[in-house]
Design a protein around this ligand. Structure first.
Ligand code: PCA
Length: 193
């Protein structure tokens, strides 16, 4: 069995739910060859990443997947690349509002995900769920977590990736049902084996 640390975010930007954590919570404890450790993380620059990295180290995770919500997207989107920039349109949940700062001053401009993003998107589509690989995770807390994970685990055997999911129907359009998002995550995890 492989150990997968999978995280979802707390609500942010005045919202009261975040489908990323709801969907992660709804996942079974085992998917394929993976035993899951689920964790909710705050929508706060640096703090969220530090917590995920600490937990991954603590449980000796083989793989880390973070999930976040992207309003405006109508598909589940494994992220291909994380960039070394914090550039927030709105403050995070601790009031941080970085504009054009580095995630890691000593880091490269970008990292590619070390999970198979094309395979994950295809596996989700094979379940008749909308999915496409995204080439930008933004420059907010989701990108911050993805970049920080890839920076920390570069050159180790620990795989890391990020998946953005749509809003729920009650949050606006476009949207996707929670059960569908959860099923998409199952397919994505299975595709990582
Ligand atoms: N989405 C935000 C941060 C938390 C979340 O769920 C983002 O896309 O950066």
């Amino acid at each position: 069995m492989k150990k997968l640390l999978i995280t979802g975010f707390a609500p942010f930007g005045g919202g009261d739910i975040n489908p990323s954590w709801q969907a992660v919570q709804a996942l079974p404890d085992r998917v394929g060859d993976c035993v899951l450790c689920k964790m909710e993380i705050p929508t706060v620059f640096a703090d969220a990443a530090a917590r995920v990295i600490a937990k991954a180290d603590e449980i000796s995770a083989d793989m880390v997947l973070s999930v976040g919500m992207a309003a405006g997207r109508d598909a589940v989107t494994p992220e291909r690349i994380a960039v070394n920039i914090r550039d927030a349109r709105i403050p995070d949940n601790a009031g941080n509002h970085p504009r054009g700062e580095f995630v890691a001053v000593d880091g490269p401009a970008a990292y590619f995900a070390t999970v198979p993003v094309e395979k994950m998107a295809q596996a989700i589509r094979d379940k008749n769920i909308r999915a496409t690989v995204s080439n930008s995770a933004g420059a907010y807390v989701c990108n911050d977590v993805m970049y920080s994970l890839l920076h920390r685990f570069a050159g180790t055997g620990v795989k890391a990736g990020f998946i953005h999911v749509p809003q729920l129907p009650q949050q606006g359009t476009p949207s996707m049902e929670l059960e569908t998002i959860t099923a998409a995550l199952v397919a994505a995890i299975e595709a990582c084996e």
